[in-house]
Unconditional design. Structure first.
Length: 474
């Protein structure tokens, strides 16, 4: 039967009175906007009821960014979401944060799962909708003072990497002239190596005269150095060697200036803080450090002890003072930003990412990440392999069982937990030693063996004494 235009078609499964309506996504945050950041302009989307033109574009000049902030204020916006796109988001993030907006810097992977958004306009609208319904989580960003320290230390790391490239180029120039200095000298930028390189660049070609620059601590003999410096001093390679030596010296001068800036900034961080209630403990006993190290030349331990309110992270094995300084520049000193240590290790991507389907564990690999703090923890874990510490014994036990890559991640996670607890004031770390850790593992292994033997109707016997191992004997 045909229905007239005035009649309503029959509705299947009509909702009864009092029955809850099928819910859509709740508008948790109606005063939300989304920004798609770009190199030359930003696209901003506000709710359609706030402005006749809810999507507008603003250039990246400072005056336009201030006008963007004014427009958001006029529209009654309190929360803004933007993707972490390169470094284009930093100026607008700082301006909006200074204006009092709640700014969410979100991971692009978390908002790109739905296809069909192929323009800047649709991107900012999608960010706005996700922000309104509360489906976005902001990325961690430390306080402004820590961000400045992080910028200094990241730049310092870039200078170190650049200096390393120049060293490699110098080694290549030496090998092209068959000057085997890198073979007899472990570090061509050490005391002996730099003396020889500067004399070669100055015009000295006699290997015996060059060998006189040998430092008394050098393991190579004078005869070995003379043999290594007998080669073909070609002018084109000497020119390259001179150029890269000058670049290396420039990097060293920039490193010294950067260290002074870092020290000055750390002093400004600790100036308003009260003195810590506990005294700085003695330094952890380690191997004798090298004469040339990549760490800054000021007293890092005392400054960090003051900055953290009496916590000395360098007491944890594998974490040197410079490592602790780099860690604090990435994670800050306020551990309340993470609810628990599990949240902290998950943010570091050091926790297993379990994929479960149908009640089965499909995968538990850690997620790939460019988290710099996680990389620092992994480097610290790698340094524990040959130490006679509890953490070193933990690493060796796991490396023998599951392999070194997984053991590094597991040890890095344990280090992260120790740092989290120390910064929260829940732990004063003291290394029990490798022997104590091995004894604890032996006790646990015996307990499991006794339980297994008892379940099968057997008992464990000490082969040396012939006595049964009771529950109280380890």
């Amino acid at each position: 039967m045909l229905l007239s235009s005035m009649e309503e078609p029959p509705v299947k499964n009509k909702r009864r009175r009092g029955q809850p309506r099928l819910s859509v996504l709740e508008r948790i945050n109606p005063n939300a906007a989304g920004i798609d950041c770009g190199s030359s302009e930003h696209y901003v989307a506000v709710p359609p009821d706030r402005d006749p033109t809810p999507v507008q574009s603003f250039r990246t000049f400072t005056s336009d960014l201030l006008r963007l902030a004014d427009w958001l204020t006029t529209c009654g916006i309190t929360s803004v979401a933007m993707e972490a796109t390169g470094v284009y988001w930093i100026p607008i993030y700082e301006i909006l944060e200074a204006r009092g907006f709640e700014v969410h810097l979100v991971n692009a992977r978390h908002v790109k799962n739905v296809p069909g958004r192929k323009s800047d306009v649709s991107d900012c609208e999608w960010l706005r909708e996700l922000n309104i319904v509360g489906l976005l989580r902001g990325s961690f960003r430390p306080s402004d003072a820590i961000v400045a320290l992080r910028a200094y230390l990241r730049h310092r790391q870039t200078l170190l990497e650049t200096a390393g490239i120049h060293i490699q180029r110098m080694q290549k120039a030496l090998l092209q002239m068959n000057l085997q200095l890198p073979v007899v000298v472990s570090d061509i930028t050490g005391v002996t190596g730099l003396r020889i390189l500067r004399d070669v660049v100055a015009g000295q070609r006699d290997p015996h005269r060059l060998a006189e620059h040998r430092d008394h601590r050098c393991h190579a003999s004078t005869a070995d150095i003379v043999a290594a410096l007998t080669g073909h001093y070609r002018p084109e390679h000497l020119f390259v060697l001179q150029q890269y030596l000058e670049l290396f010296d420039t990097c060293q001068a920039q490193l010294a200036a950067c260290d002074r800036a870092i020290e000055a900034h750390v002093q400004t961080l600790i100036a308003p803080l009260a003195m810590p209630p506990t005294a700085l403990p003695g330094p952890r006993v380690t191997r004798t450090p090298r004469a040339r190290d990549n760490a800054p030349r000021f007293d890092i331990r005392t400054s960090l002890h003051h900055l953290t309110g009496g916590v000395d992270l360098s007491q944890i094995d594998g974490i040197a003072p410079y490592t602790a300084l780099r860690l604090l520049s990435e994670i800050g000193t306020d551990m309340s930003r993470w609810a628990t240590e599990k949240h902290f290790t998950s943010w570091l991507t050091l926790a297993p990412h379990n994929k479960i389907s149908g009640g089965r564990l499909l995968s538990s690999r850690t997620q790939p990440s460019a988290n710099r703090a996680a990389a620092i923890f992994r480097m610290a874990a790698m340094s524990l392999g040959r130490t006679q510490t509890a953490l070193g014994a933990f690493y060796r036990r796991l490396a023998a069982r599951i392999g070194k890559p997984q053991a590094i991640s597991a040890t890095a996670r344990k280090l992260a937990i120790l740092v989290y607890r120390a910064l929260k004031g829940e732990l004063v770390y003291q290394d029990p030693g490798a022997d104590a850790y091995d004894s604890q593992q032996r006790t646990q292994a015996l307990r499991r063996l006794r339980q297994r033997a008892a379940s099968l109707g057997f008992a464990l016997v000490n082969r040396q004494t012939g006595k049964l191992l009771s529950a109280g004997i380890s």
